[in-house]
Design a protein around this ligand. Structure first.
Ligand code: ADP
Ligand code: MG
Length: 370
């Protein structure tokens, strides 16, 4: 096991800066997910940790040692990529054993490790097959096994599930999370899929345009997004954003007049400088309830376009004034597919974002905080 620390880490290709001043600490045994849109720098960051890309500035420490100039092979990391890169002419057993033989490990020890790894991943019955005789999911497990068998300090995964179909992806997600529990190793996992990030991570690092937008637990990022970008990126369906402007700032928060009509007093850190300025109110689709639930609730009048029944949940799509809104249908009444609907939102569940996308700090935990 090992910790990983990045101090002011930079990457540039010529004059183009890909990553700027990355500061990050990853603790022993943590499962950290780098998430962000395509091109945000996730793979580059992971490859620098893995020693596959040179670092243009700053320091990278593994187990408290600076490794900027240490070769990939000497960093003792296990890497798994989207393309499995198994040796096609070798059986699964040989795929596992080959790197250990190259490292001059004793035969008995190799045998033990191969047996342990295949039993951990439940692929004992596949040991004598070649990669072409395996399904996509089985190949992926072999690729993971090949990383495990070397007992690395840290595992690095780069979108390892992208080539699998949805069902298998969900299964493998659970398998990898279980594996992390069993092995207890530090794991760094890259994905563009926020659901993977939310379900697997102890700590999520959100990247955007080569910068860290926010670092936090899945719960933190969902309930206290630091920016409009994170608020929109984490959570599905996406948070709703309603335009308005600030009418007043006082001890209890900020009063916002929405273009859609309602006035809301949101309990956030007040800022007098924002009075009169445009502001965006954020509401998660889950935070709507049947109107009116509480006296302090704000009412949002929705022109319903479409209702989507998914079995366990129903989503309502519509417009509030000029803005589109998605709401999880409050129980018990399943709404009709069109017409007007009045929904309520508790001000404590609302988020506010300034015109530059910064979130105002919420003064109290929302009602469902646990
Ligand atoms: P992600 O994994 O988040 O999709 P990458 O780390 O692969 O993003 O890429 C981040 C940015 O760096 C992208 O804009 C990409 O075009 C650029 N980039 C990646 N590799 C190179 C390279 N070898 N030369 C120049 N630019 C590169
Ligand atoms: Mg990538």
């Amino acid at each position: 096991m090992a910790n990983v620390r990045l101090e002011g880490v930079k990457k540039a290709y010529g004059t183009i800066e890909i990553l700027r001043n990355i500061d990050l600490t990853i603790d022993h045994g943590e499962f950290v997910v780098f998430v962000g849109p395509s091109g945000s720098g996730k793979s580059t960051l992971l490859r620098m940790i893995g020693g596959l890309e040179r670092i243009s500035g700053g320091r990278l420490l593994i187990d408290n040692e600076v490794v900027n100039n240490v070769d990939a092979a000497d960093r003792n990391l296990g890497m798994v990529f989207q393309s499995y890169a198994l040796y096609p002419h070798m059986t699964v057993r040989e795929n596992f054993a080959f790197p250990l033989r190259m490292a001059k490990m004793a035969r008995a020890e190799i045998k033990t490790r191969v047996a342990e790894t295949s039993s951990l991943l439940q692929i004992d019955h596949l040991l004598d097959r070649k990669p072409r005789q395996l399904s996509g999911g089985q190949r992926q497990r072999v690729a993971i096994g090949r990383a495990i068998v070397r007992q690395p300090k840290v595992f690095l995964f780069d979108e390892p599930l992208s080539n699998l179909d949805t069902e298998l992806r969900v299964q493998m997600r659970v398998q990898i999370a279980k594996l992390h529990k069993q092995l207890g190793n530090t794991m760094i996992y890259v994905t563009h899929d926020q659901i993977e990030a939310m379900t697997m991570a102890d700590k999520i690092v959100v990247l955007k345009d080569g910068n860290i937008e926010q670092v936090g637990s899945p719960h933190d990022l969902y309930h206290n997004p630091a920016s409009r970008f994170v608020a929109g990126f984490i959570g599905s369906p996406k948070m709703n954003f309603l335009d308005g402007h600030v009418e007043a700032a006082h001890e209890g928060g900020m009063d916002v007049k929405l273009e859609a009509g309602a006035t809301v007093s949101v309990p956030v850190q007040p800022d007098q400088r924002l009075v009169g300025k445009p502001i965006t109110l954020g509401i998660r689709p889950d935070d709507f309830s049947q109107s009116p639930a509480q006296e302090t609730d704000i009412a949002i009048e929705l022109d319903v376009d479409f209702v989507e029944h998914l079995g366990s949940v129903t989503y309502i799509y519509g417009n509030a004034g000029k803005q589109t809104v998605v709401a999880k249908a409050p129980k018990p009444a399943p709404p009709k597919g069109s017409g007007k609907l009045r929904l309520a939102v508790s001000p404590a569940d609302c988020h506010l974002f300034t015109s530059n996308g910064r979130a105002l700090r919420r003064l109290r935990a929302p009602a469902d905080w646990s």
